[in-house]
Design a protein around this ligand. Structure first.
Ligand code: ADP
Length: 354
């Protein structure tokens, strides 16, 4: 390992996610293990601009692995996207001897990391968001905890639906990604799952609810992803109208963002934090930690963001020009497989939903 640093920084940015603390802890411990100091940067890029930083030691990360949220706090910082804001951030790094940064967050956080890397502050991104909406990685920190919190809540709704012969439409977080809705829907035996990635046959759902009703089924959970943007409330009215089953609406919002991280989130966050520090110490920059299967790997951030744009159908003009034909083929293959896997799981969930 080529040790190039005396001091690095760590920040959490964008939406918080359970497990971020485990990642921060791993970064501090791994760095200290290599005699590198760690500056805590509070409130993400906002804190970097304002110089809200503090030297961390092992005691600062004691007893945090089990805590939700982020002890470094998080904030949005539009100023960071401006030239002036970026310069202030770099000035803070110079002033406090921060020679590289581990940035924990979502795709917005990674774009910020790219800007800093380009200006001479090496950054390594760690994916932290409950939404699992970063296409270049199979897993983002917080995803498992959010889903486990959600299934406990939906199980409770099911109990009361069963008692009262009701349907409950549940809208669940995930921004534009249906991963949480799909998995939680499957895990709670939802009668229907509605995600913005795939078409949904409303009429067929009514028929199936009526068939269930005849069979004596007394509870119906309809799981709708946040990406459907307000559709869940309309659907609640429609179900009652078309089937006569009393239907309620529940939105599982920020409540699924908090809480003690699950084993999976603690383990993966720790592994990702260690990997990020190792990359910095190897002299690497502008990379993002990704999980493929059970392997922790790293990709160039811009390559990872291009995969993300490709998966979401948001490739910008000229974006692919810097890549070879082989790279583009491999990105296309990766995205196609990811979409196919999502569809397979969706079909499996629906196959056993009635
Ligand atoms: P997430 O990281 O979860 O996607 P945001 O999109 O809010 O969350 O991004 C977090 C922060 O990253 C923003 O507040 C901003 O400071 C920075 N950021 C976001 N997009 C960019 C960008 N295009 N260029 C530079 N910095 C960005």
């Amino acid at each position: 390992m080529v040790q190039q640093f005396k001091r690095i920084g760590v920040l959490t940015s964008g939406g918080d996610a359970p497990g971020m603390n485990a990642a921060v802890r791993a970064v501090v411990r791994q760095a200290r293990d290599h005699d590198v100091e760690v500056m805590a940067i509070y409130e993400g890029y906002k804190g970097l601009i304002e110089g809200n930083v503090r030297l961390f030691d092992m005691r600062d990360v004691s007893n945090i692995i089990n805590h939700g949220g982020t002890i470094l706090y998080s904030a949005r910082s539009p100023e960071f996207k401006t030239e002036e804001g970026m310069q202030k951030a770099i000035d803070t790094c110079k002033k406090h001897g921060i020679e590289g940064i581990v940035t924990i967050g979502g795709d917005g956080t990674f774009r910020g990391a790219t800007d800093l890397s380009r200006r001479g502050i090496p950054c390594i991104g760690v994916p932290g968001t409950i939404d699992n909406d970063i296409a270049s990685t199979d897993y983002t920190i917080g995803y498992d905890t959010a889903m486990n919190t959600a299934i406990q809540m939906v199980d409770r709704l099911r109990d009361t639906c069963e008692s009262h012969f009701r349907c409950n439409v549940v809208e669940i977080m995930g921004r534009n990604s249906g991963y949480i809705a799909l998995n939680v829907g499957l895990a709670t035996g939802a009668a229907q799952i509605v995600v913005n990635e795939l078409p949904f046959d409303e009429e067929r759902m009514y028929d199936e609810i009526l068939i269930g009703k005849k069979r004596g089924k007394r509870h119906y959970i309809i799981m709708v992803s946040e990406g459907m943007q307000g559709y869940a409330e309309k659907l609640t009215e429609n179900i009652q109208l078309h089937t006569g089953v009393e239907t309620r609406f529940t939105r599982l919002g920020h409540v699924v963002r908090g809480g003690s991280p699950t084993l999976r989130d603690r383990v993966i966050a720790s592994r990702m934090g260690i990997a990020a520090v190792n990359l910095l110490l190897e002299g690497r920059s502008n990379m993002v930690i990704c999980m493929h299967g059970e392997d922790i790997e790293a990709l160039d951030i811009e390559y990872a963001l291009t995969i993300d744009h490709m998966y979401k159908g948001k490739i910008k003009e000229g974006e692919l020009e810097r890549y070879s034909i082989d790279d583009i083929q491999s990105m296309r293959h990766y995205c196609a497989k990811k979409a196919a896997d999502f569809k397979t799981l969706y079909n499996q969930a629906l196959d056993i939903s009635q």
